[in-house]
Design a protein around this ligand. Sequence first.
Ligand SMILES: [Mg+2]
Length: 407
Amino acid sequence: MAGIMFTISPTSIGDRSNLKISDIECHVLLAPDYDPSFTSSGQDSLVVFIHTDAGISGIGECDANPWMAKTVIEAPGTHTMGLAVKEMLIGADPFEIGDLWNKIYTGTAMNGRRGMVIHALSAIDMALWDLCGKAVGKPVHELLGGATRDRITPYASLQPAGSSFEAYRDALVKSALDAKALGFKALKSEVTMNGPYAHNGMEENYDRHTEVIAAVREAIGPDITLMVDVQYLWSDAETCLSVVKDWAEFDLFFLETPINSDNVKEMGKVSANAPMKIACGEWLATRFEFEELMDVGGVQIAQPDVGRVGGLGEAKIVCDMALERGLTIVPHCWKTGISISATAHLAFVTNHCDFIEFMPPQLCVETLRRELAKEELVLVDGQIPLPTKPGLGVELNEGVLERFKVA
Ligand SMILES: [Mg+2]
C-alpha cells in the first residue's frame, strides 16, 4: 500500500462554492417493534445530517449501536489524541473529505482506532459525500471517480423464520422462491442453526445445514446464483472443511464467514482448501483489518460495509486493495435505503464488485428498513440502473424520522 494514510476526496467537483460545515445532527432511530434477540440491523440506525452555512446538507448512517455511535460523534474531547469528532468538523470545508477523515482518525486515536469510532466515522463520511454531491449537482459515483458501468446486480439477502428444522428450511425455500419471483438473479440464504448466530437458539447438526442448502438449491433451480452465510459457525478449519467439502455440488457463489474474522489463520486454511470461494469482512473497520483478512485470511471475496469500514472513501480503498490482489468485492449492507444507496454508488465505480447485498423491502419485516427512505433503486431485469440524482439521491419519507426517533 502506498502511503499508510492515503485518503480519498471528491473529484470532478469543478467550480465549487466555498462551503463551511455549520452543524451536525445525530438521530437514534429504533423501530417500535424491535426485538434485541432478532439478528437484524434493519431495526435501528444512527442517521447523521451534516449542515453547511449555505443551507446544503448531507445524510449518512452507520451500522452499529446507534446510541454508542452518537456518543462517539458528540462526546467532548479530553486529550490531544482523544478529541471531539463534532468539534473537529465544525467550520471545516466539506470537500476535504480525505483530510477530515485523516484528522478524525488521528485525533481520536485514544478513543478507539477501530470498531465503534470508525463505524461512527462511516456515517460522517457518507453524509459528507452526499453533501458534496448535492453542492455540485452530481451523483456520488461521479465524485468517486466516475461510473465504470451502467448496471449493477443486487443479490437478495434472505432471512429464516421458525424455530424447528422443518419450519426453518421451508421458510428459506419460500423466501428464495419469492426473491426469484421478484426478479432477483442472485440470492443468499442464511443457514445458521448452530453457532454464535444460531437462529432462535437452534442447535441442529451439520447434516441438517446441508439439507437446507440442498432444499433451497433444488427449489430455485441451477440458473440462480446462490450464496450461503453460516455466520461464524465453526471455530476451526478442520471441522468446517469436513462439512463444506460436500457442498461443492450446490454450486455456491460463495460461503460467507465460516470462521470468526479475527481467527485469520484458520480462515486462511479454509480459504485455501474449501471447494468454493470464501467471503468475509462485514464487521471490519479500516483498510488495515482488510489487509490482514486478505493476506493472511486468504479470502477470495471481500465484503466491506460502507457504514462500518469507515465510509465510502475507506470502502473504495478496500476495493482498490482487492483489485491489486485479484479479489472480488461484494459489499455487506443490511441497513436502510441510505446505506443501500451509498453501497450502490460504490459498486458503480468498482468493476470487480460482482453483486451488492440488498434486503428486498417486500420480503423483510423491519419497518425501519421499509419505511425510512423512498425506494429509489428499483430492479430492471434483475439489475439496478445508474442513479442520476445529486449526492446519494436519497429522500426520506415525510414524518418517518420523527416517528422512529428515540434520541
Ligand atoms: Mg453475514
